[in-house]
Design a protein around this ligand. Structure first.
Ligand SMILES: Cc1cc2nc3c(=O)[nH]c(=O)nc-3n(C[C@H](O)[C@H](O)[C@H](O)COP(=O)(O)OP(=O)(O)OC[C@H]3O[C@@H](n4cnc5c(N)ncnc54)[C@H](O)[C@@H]3O)c2cc1C
Length: 160
C-alpha cells in the first residue's frame, strides 16, 4: 500500500469492517470479457463471507465456471467539506474499507446453508435475534447460498 499510514494492520479491525459493512462488491471473471462486478448484501464469519442469491443468473453461472473472485466493502463513509468549499482540492472522504480475494463455493449441505444465511442476517440486520429467525424448507430450497473462503485481504482507513 503506497500510503502506509492508512493501512489497517490489525486483523480484528479488518474483520470489523466486514462485520459492519452492508454491501459487498464482487468482481467475477468472465472469459474474454471485462470482470463482472455485482453488489450483494453479505455476512462475515470465521474468515469467509456469505451471500445469498437465486440459483439462476449471471453471477452464479460465472462463479460456477471460475470460483476465484475479488471483493470490496466499506463502512464509515463520509464526504468531508473543507472550510472553504470552493477549494476543490481540500475536499476529502472518510472511510474504512477492505479489499480481498477468495474462492467462491455454492453450498449444498443444508446445515452449511443455514449457517451461511444466519451469518448474512447477522451482517445485514444485527438487531434481530438470530434464534427468532424462520428459515422455512421452501426458502431453503429456492435460495442459493455462496461461501467465499477469503485467501487474502487488506484494510485501509482514512480520517476515521
Ligand atoms: C445494495 C444491493 C444489495 C443487493 N443484495 C443482493 C443479495 O444479497 N443477493 C442477490 O442475489 N442480489 C442482490 N442484489 C442484486 C444484485 O446486484 C444483482 O442485481 C442480482 O443478484 C442479479 O445478479 P445476476 O448476476 O444474476 O444478474 P442477471 O439477472 O443475470 O443480469 C445480468 C445483467 O444485469 C446487469 N445487472 C445485474 N445486477 C445489476 C445491478 N445491481 N445494477 C445494474 N445492473 C445489473 C448486469 O450488468 C448484466 O448485464 C443487490 C443489489 C444492491 C444494489
Amino acid at each position: 500500500m503506497r500510503k502506509k499510514e492508512r493501512e489497517i494492520t490489525d486483523r480484528r479491525e479488518i474483520e470489523r469492517v466486514l462485520t459492519e459493512a452492508k454491501v459487498l462488491r464482487l468482481a467475477i471473471n468472465e472469459a474474454g470479457a471485462p470482470p463482472y462486478i455485482v453488489p450483494v448484501n453479505f455476512g462475515y464469519r470465521d474468515g469467509a463471507v456469505y451471500f445469498h442469491s437465486s440459483y439462476e443468473g449471471k453471477k452464479i453461472e460465472l462463479i460456477t465456471k471460475d470460483p476465484m473472485v475479488s471483493f470490496e466493502a466499506e463502512t464509515d463513509v463520509a464526504i468531508i467539506a473543507p472550510a472553504d468549499p470552493t477549494n476543490a482540492c481540500e475536499w476529502g472522504v472518510a472511510y474504512r474499507s477492505v479489499i480481498g480475494h477468495g474462492r467462491a463455493r455454492l453450498l449444498v449441505d443444508d446445515g452449511e446453508k443455514r449457517a451461511g444465511l444466519l451469518a448474512i442476517m447477522a451482517g445485514v440486520a444485527p438487531e434481530i435475534g438470530l434464534s427468532a429467525l424462520i428459515l422455512s424448507d421452501k426458502i431453503m430450497k429456492i435460495t442459493a447460498v455462496v461461501k467465499i473462503e477469503i485467501e487474502a485481504m487488506t484494510g485501509k482507513k482514512h480520517r476515521v
